[in-house]
Design a protein around this ligand. Structure first.
Ligand SMILES: Cc1ncc(COP(=O)(O)O)c(C=O)c1O
Length: 383
């Protein structure tokens, strides 16, 4: 069997092992140490905001929502089309998510729907506690109109930039425009600490509070004295060493993922019925994942047949995230629109996108897709 091609795999640089080794040789193996300090400092420098390194992106979202005061009974507006981890922390806090459809131009939260819902809520006198905006697949949401609506109504925004480290919006790094932003270093992300996350806040006192909560909220002093609820959410100094090394190669990884996407685009350009996820004019899309939509009537073969053809060649591909409004876990919650997210879910195809893919690997995916389309065309001619 040919080597399996995965959707998105870790891609280490030259320094990660050295930083990890330093953690071992200095015995800084737990949740304090020079790698943590350096990782946070470099991340903060790049983003222009103070940040705190955590055990996961989900933990960052959880602490970020708590910083925004989200609690039992609150309503939080979220986009329909995202990974479930964008929404679960709302539920952890006893709050309730309401879902808003995404825009076809960006695949991210539709600013028009958001404005309608916020205006309606304002008239009813029950504004949501906050809005979670997600930067999907490496592309920032259209933040200007989103922040304008939210500012007008006094509703804060949490940016889930888990999939968009390295992206930009109108010259600003993704995750730098909102009061709180969350990033993920899960193994499938553009850079990884094997598992980990980062929370960035515009207000440094908020980052300090999140750091305190992430270490069991132990009050200063030698006694184990607690006045607030905490969590065991801090990243270890060992894993921060991996993060340090990965930040050194971030630009390279973005360039490489974009090059992989470009190669797919060129090699599949003549196939009518395959459309690449749009890159909005306002910023840089990292192409964390290369995602196409399939128009089966024009292509002659549907998305699921392409998934099956790729799997038969030992190539991992995936549908687009299943939207939250049709998840059994969240289908009971109100949603506004939803047709765009559902359409993208039914027709979206995520292709292997790792920065370590070779030209030959990308060629293998292309050949498999073209083969499936050609086989379907031959079968139609025979009928
Ligand atoms: C949009 C989005 N939000 C949140 C997360 C959660 O991040 P983590 O896996 O680090 O908890 C992920 C990825 O896993 C994600 O894709």
């Amino acid at each position: 069997m040919t080597r399996r091609l995965y959707l998105s795999v870790p891609h280490m640089g030259e320094s990660e092992a050295r930083y990890v080794q330093e953690a071992f040789s200095s015995n800084w193996l737990s949740t304090v140490g020079p790698n943590l300090d350096a990782f946070e400092a470099e991340f903060s420098r790049r983003l222009g905001l103070p940040s705190v390194a955590l055990a996961s992106g989900t933990a960052a979202l959880h602490l970020g929502l708590r910083l925004l005061g989200v609690g039992p009974g609150d309503e939080v507006l979220c986009p329909t089309l995202t990974f479930v981890a964008s929404v679960n922390p709302v539920t952890y806090l006893g709050a309730e998510a309401t879902f808003l459809d995404v825009s076809r131009d960006t695949w991210n939260l539709d600013p028009g729907i958001l404005e309608e819902v916020l205006s309606a809520r304002a008239r009813e006198g029950r504004l949501p506690k906050c809005v979670v905006v997600v930067d999907l697949y490496g592309q920032s949401a259209d933040l200007d109109p989103i922040l304008a609506s939210c500012d007008r109504h006094g509703v804060p925004v949490l940016e889930d930039a888990a999939e968009a480290l390295g992206a930009s919006y109108k010259g600003h790094p993704a995750g730098s425009r909102c009061p709180v932003s969350a990033f993920s270093f899960n193994g499938n992300k553009i850079i990884t600490t094997t598992g980990g996350g980062m929370l960035a806040c515009r207000d440094p006192s908020w980052t300090a509070r999140a750091r305190f909560w992430s270490q069991q909220a132990r009050d200063p002093g030698v006694a184990y004295h607690h006045t607030q609820l905490g969590y065991n959410y801090r990243l270890s100094n060992v894993l921060a060493g991996i993060g340090r090394g990965q930040l050194e190669v971030l630009e390279n990884r973005v360039a490489r993922r974009r090059a992989v996407c470009e190669r797919y685009r060129e090699a599949l350009a003549d196939l009518e019925g395959l459309s690449l996820m749009p890159e909005a004019p306002y910023g840089l899309h990292t192409r964390w994942l290369t995602v196409f939509t399939v128009d089966a009537a024009r292509l002659g073969v549907d998305r699921d047949a392409l998934l099956a053809a790729l799997e038969a060649e030992n190539i991992e591909a995936r549908p687009v995230w299943k939207p939250m409004n049709i998840q059994p876990l969240y289908a009971h919650r109100p949603s506004y629109g939803g047709a765009v997210g559902e359409d993208l879910y039914h027709r979206g195809l995520c292709l292997p996108s790792s920065s370590s893919l070779s030209e030959g690997d990308v060629g293998r995916v292309v050949a498999t897709l073209r083969g499936a389309v050609e086989r379907a065309a031959r079968a139609r001619r025979r009928d």
